[in-house]
Design a protein around this ligand. Structure first.
Ligand code: HEM
Length: 438
C-alpha cells in the first residue's frame, strides 16, 4: 500500500497564515495547499486535525468508515435555528431523520409533482429580471428561496413569505458575520451576530409552528408538499417526531437548499457571460430545444452542452466548498493515524482544483465533462450515506432555471465581472454583480 504524503504545519505558522488571510478560511486553505500540498496535518490549540484532499482518503472517510467520522461540532453553531436536525445530527439521531426523509426524496414522481411550482416561480423570476439591470445574486436567491419554501410548505406559505424571507435574510447576514469572525467558534458569546441569530431563529420558529399547527387542523386532501409528506410518514411509520422535530427538519431543507442552488446558478451565469463562445453554444442549444422534463436523462439528451456547463460549474464552484468531520475513535488508514476528536476538513473546492486530476483547474472548460468523470474525483454533493439528500431536486431546479434564463434573455455583465469566491459557509460572491440586457 502506497503511503499518503502529508505535510505538517506548525501552530506558529498556521497562526501567521490565519492573520495573513484575514481569517478568510478559503484563502487560508489556498495558502496551505500551495505551500504544503494537498494533505496537511495542523495543530491549533484544542483544534488539531487534517486537511485532506486525497481521493482515496476522502473515500475512506465518507464511505468506507463513515461512522467513525461523524459531522464535527462546528455544525452545532446552526442549532439555535435547526436544533439537531438531519444536517447536524450524528449516530442514531441522524439515522432516524434520514429514514424519514429518504423515501420522500426518492419518490420517482416527486420532481414532476413540483413542476408547477418550478414553472410559476421561474416565470416570476423572468418577469422580475425583465428590468434594464438587476443584481444577479439577489434575484437568484429570492427565486430559489421561493421555490424551496413553496415545495416545502405549499403555495399558501406566500401569505407569510415576506416576513419569513426577512428573517432568513437577517439570519444569512448574521451567519456571514459569524463566519468572518475569529471568535465565530464561540457562538455562546453575546456578540451582536450571535444575538441576532438566536432572535431571528425564534421568530422563524414561531412563524412556522403556527403554520404547521394550522395545517394539522386543516389538512390537504392529498399530499401537496414536503410538510404533508413528513406529517404522513411520521404518523404512518410511527417515527415519533415531535412537531418541533418536524419543523427543524423542514427549516433545514430550506437553509440547505436555498443559498446552495442560488450560488450554483450565480457562478454558472457569471462564468458563461464571461465566455462568449460558451454563451453562444448554450443559446443555440436552448433555442432549438425544450426538454420533456429536467430530469438527468431527459436533460442530458436534449441539452448535452448546458448539462456539461452545469457540471463544470459544480466542479469549479461547489457551493458547499468545505465540510468537516470529527474523529470518533483512534484509527489508522495507511500511514495516517487519526486521533479521537481531531477535525478533518474536506474541501470539494480544492479537491476539484487539484491539477493532478484536473489540468488547468482555473479554466472554466465544460468539455472536461465530455468523457465520463469518476465519482472519486468529483464530489459537489459529497458521497456515502451523508451525501446531499436534495441533489436531484437541486439539479432539476438549476437546469430548469438556467434553460429558461438563457432561452429568454441575452444578458451582459454591467458591473462585477472580477467577482471572486469567498469561503464563508457557502461559496459566496466577493462583490455585487449587476447584469443588464443586450
Ligand atoms: C447545488 C445545490 C446543492 C449543493 C451543492 C449541495 C451540497 C451538499 C453537500 C456537499 C452536502 C454534504 C455536507 C456534508 O457532508 O457535511 C449536503 C447535505 C445536505 N443537503 Fe445539499 N446541496 C445542494 C442543494 C440542496 C437542496 C436543494 C436541499 C434540500 C431540498 C439540500 C439538503 C441537504 C441536506 C438535508 C443535507 C444533509 C444530509 C445528511 O446529512 O444526511 N441540499 N448538500
Amino acid at each position: 500500500m502506497d503511503d499518503i504524503s502529508i505535510s505538517k504545519v506548525s501552530n506558529l505558522k498556521l497562526t501567521s497564515l490565519m492573520y495573513r488571510s484575514n481569517f478568510d478560511l478559503l484563502e487560508l486553505l489556498e495558502k496551505l495547499t500551495k505551500n504544503y500540498g494537498q494533505n496537511v496535518k495542523y495543530g491549533f490549540g484544542a483544534f488539531s486535525g487534517y486537511l485532506i484532499n486525497d481521493p482515496e482518503v476522502v473515500k475512506y472517510i465518507q464511505m468506507e468508515n463513515w461512522q467513525n467520522f461523524p459531522k464535527s461540532r462546528r455544525y452545532l453553531t446552526f442549532s439555535p435555528l435547526i436544533g439537531k436536525s438531519i444536517l447536524v445530527a450524528n449516530g442514531e439521531e441522524w439515522k432516524k431523520r434520514r429514514q424519514i426523509a429518504q423515501p420522500i426524496f426518492q419518490q420517482r414522481d416527486l420532481l414532476l409533482r413540483f413542476n408547477d411550482i418550478l414553472d410559476v416561480s421561474t416565470n416570476e423570476l423572468l418577469e422580475e429580471i425583465k428590468i434594464k439591470e438587476f443584481n444577479l445574486f439577489s434575484s437568484l436567491s429570492l427565486h430559489t428561496f421561493r421555490v424551496i419554501t413553496r415545495i416545502t410548505f405549499g403555495d399558501t406559505i406566500d401569505e407569510i413569505f415576506d416576513e419569513f424571507h426577512e428573517c432568513i435574510l437577517k439570519l444569512q447576514k448574521a451567519c456571514i458575520k459569524r463566519a468572518l469572525s475569529p471568535l465565530a467558534i464561540m457562538d455562546h458569546l453575546p456578540l451582536p451576530s450571535n444575538v441576532i441569530f438566536k432572535k431571528e431563529s425564534k421568530k422563524v420558529h414561531k412563524l412556522l409552528d403556527n403554520y404547521i399547527q394550522d395545517r394539522i387542523k386543516h389538512p390537504n386532501q392529498a399530499p401537496k408538499d414536503l410538510l404533508d409528506r413528513y406529517l404522513i410518514a411520521n404518523k404512518k411509520d410511527s417515527h415519533g417526531f415531535s412537531l418541533e422535530d418536524i419543523r427543524n427538519e423542514l427549516v433545514t431543507l430550506i437553509i440547505a437548499g436555498n443559498e446552495t442552488s442560488a450560488l450554483t446558478l450565480f457562478w454558472c451565469i457569471l462564468e458563461v457571460l464571461k465566455a462568449p463562445l460558451i454563451l453562444e453554444k448554450i443559446r443555440s442549444e436552448v433555442s432549438n430545444n425544450t426538454p420533456t422534463t429536467f430530469s438527468d436523462k431527459d436533460f442530458s439528451e436534449s441539452c448535452p452542452y448546458l448539462d456539461k456547463v452545469i457540471h463544470e460549474t459544480l466542479r469549479k464552484y461547489p457551493a458547499v466548498w468545505a465540510v468537516s468531520r470529527e474523529v470518533k475513535e483512534n484509527v489508522k488508514f495507511k500511514n495516517i493515524q487519526f486521533k479521537k476528536n481531531e477535525i478533518i476538513i474536506i474541501s470539494p473546492y480544492f479537491f476539484h482544483r487539484n491539477p493532478k486530476f484536473w489540468p488547468s483547474p482555473e479554466v472554466f472548460n465544460p468539455e472536461r465533462f465530455s468523457k465520463k468523470i469518476s465519482d472519486d474525483i468529483f464530489i459537489p454533493f459529497t458521497r456515502g450515506p451523508r451525501f446531499c439528500i436534495g441533489k436531484a431536486l437541486a439539479l432539476y431546479e438549476i437546469r430548469q432555471t438556467l434553460f429558461s434564463i438563457f432561452k429568454t434573455y441575452n444578458l451582459k455583465i454591467k458591473n462585477g465581472s472580477d467577482c471572486k469566491p469567498l469561503g464563508l459557509i457557502n461559496l459566496y460572491p466577493s462583490k455585487e454583480v449587476i447584469l443588464e440586457h443586450d
